[in-house]
Design a protein around this ligand. Structure first.
Ligand code: PLP
Length: 388
């Protein structure tokens, strides 16, 4: 007999832990249930006895974790009668909003910083049929404009200021706990708007009642309606580690910054929307924020692809770059289990990937590529050349 249980997405999977009713029409593309890949070569390479797992969110339907939040936000927008949604985006949110709007049969308006979003993300927003506004400004300008527009027009904001986004995104933590049978000791994430680190913490707090629970109201971020606040298993929650790119690191500076810059365009954000919440997450979990340079981000992206076969986008690699620094600094003890959220797929940003491999970056070996004639002799010679 064939055992069949078609996976129908995270809203269906975690329906009882989400603000959904039985007859809500779910707008889903089968998101979630992403692989938790144990890294086999990097711990050895780093010379450390730690377990590192990569939650590969790049395998969601539009290639980033944003799908978790967007399936929830668009489902609720449609339930509440919205015919249009709007967001500001560094790229991935616009791709997800456009896809779920197409699925729902409503309109997506997206505001993106002119020239500062990765090519794959722009291709997605265009193909899914979003109405795209490129602004002469950055993400933070876009966010301000979205809030102003939504005050005057009947559109639902689907940025992470929409509490349903975080409700959807918290399911990443549920999946990790269910796969490991517990929470990891440390959870590393790249931080831009700080919605995702907040959502993960909500997920951990809702699932796990901590025995040393000095945390009160840890889950009180969203609409306060969680049926599981207080925990369904007992155990330890992870220390949450949030990594920012040096040029876009308001949490490290202790204040908002106006001209964020980084090669990791997804986290090129100077005015994080979840500022207070993220501070609370780090404090409650016993974690910390740290910064990583663009060079460290790109080096971590190469390490993951070339030693583990896992291709994530630059912003996602900030989590590994930060972890490597903290391991080297002795801040994380041997025997620890660590999860990295790899937030987006490497295919999102082909320009940065190719740019890293075409010999233009100091210290980075050129990709092994030659152009040869289409005959056996030439290919054999090329192979011999590669082997030398
Ligand atoms: C690939 C990627 N990583 C990380 C982030 C940061 O997530 P957050 O803004 O929730 O901190 C984003 C989006 O902003 C992203 O697209």
């Amino acid at each position: 007999m064939i055992h069949h249980a078609r996976y129908t997405g995270l809203l269906d999977r975690y329906r009882d832990r989400l603000p959904l009713s039985d007859d809500t029409r779910l707008i889903s593309l089968g998101e979630g249930a992403t692989p938790l890949i144990r890294l086999q070569n990097l711990p050895k390479k780093l010379g450390r006895k730690v377990e590192i797992y990569a939650k590969y969110e790049g395998l969601n339907p539009t290639g980033s974790f944003k799908d978790r939040g967007m399936t929830m936000a668009v489902t609720k927008a449609v339930e509440e009668g919205s015919k249009a949604i709007i967001c500001a985006s560094t790229g991935n949110t616009s791709a997800a909003a456009a896809a779920y709007a197409a699925r729902a049969g409503i309109t997506a308006f997206v505001i993106i910083p002119d020239g500062k979003i990765a090519m794959g993300k722009l291709a997605q927003a265009m193909m899914y049929g979003a109405k795209i506004m490129q602004i002469r400004g950055n993400f933070d300008d876009g966010m301000r404009l979205v809030k102003e527009v939504a005050n005057h027009a009947p559109v639902a904001i689907v940025n992470s200021v929409n509490p349903y986004r975080l409700q959807g995104q918290k399911t990443a933590a549920f999946e990790i706990i269910e796969e490991l049978g517990r929470a990891p000791d440390y959870h590393c994430l790249p931080v831009g708007n700080a919605g995702n680190i907040t959502a993960h913490w909500i997920g951990y707090c809702e699932y796990i009642a901590s025995p040393d629970d000095h945390v009160t109201g840890a889950c009180d971020f969203g609409d306060g309606k969680s049926p599981y606040a207080g925990g369904s298993i007992t155990g330890k929650r992870p220390k949450m580690l949030g990594y920012q790119a040096t040029g876009s690191a308001p949490f490290m500076r202790g204040e908002m910054i106006d001209n964020p810059e980084t090669v990791a365009t997804a986290i090129r954000i100077g005015h994080p929307q979840s500022w207070d919440r993220a501070w609370k997450v780090v404090e409650e979990s016993g974690g910390w924020f740290a910064e990583v340079s663009d060079e460290e981000i790109l080096a971590a992206q190469r390490l993951l692809t070339q030693h583990e076969g896992v291709f994530c986008e630059p912003a996602s690699a900030a989590s590994l770059a930060g972890l490597i620094n903290d391991l080297n600094a002795g801040k994380i003890e041997d025997g620890s289990s660590i999860v990295l959220t790899l937030t987006g797929n490497g295919l999102k940003d082909p320009d940065t990937a190719i740019g890293q491999c075409n010999g233009e970056m100091p210290g980075v070996e050129k990709a092994t590529m030659v152009t040869v004639d289409a005959d056996l002799e030439s290919v054999r010679n090329a192979i011999t050349g590669f082997m030398d």
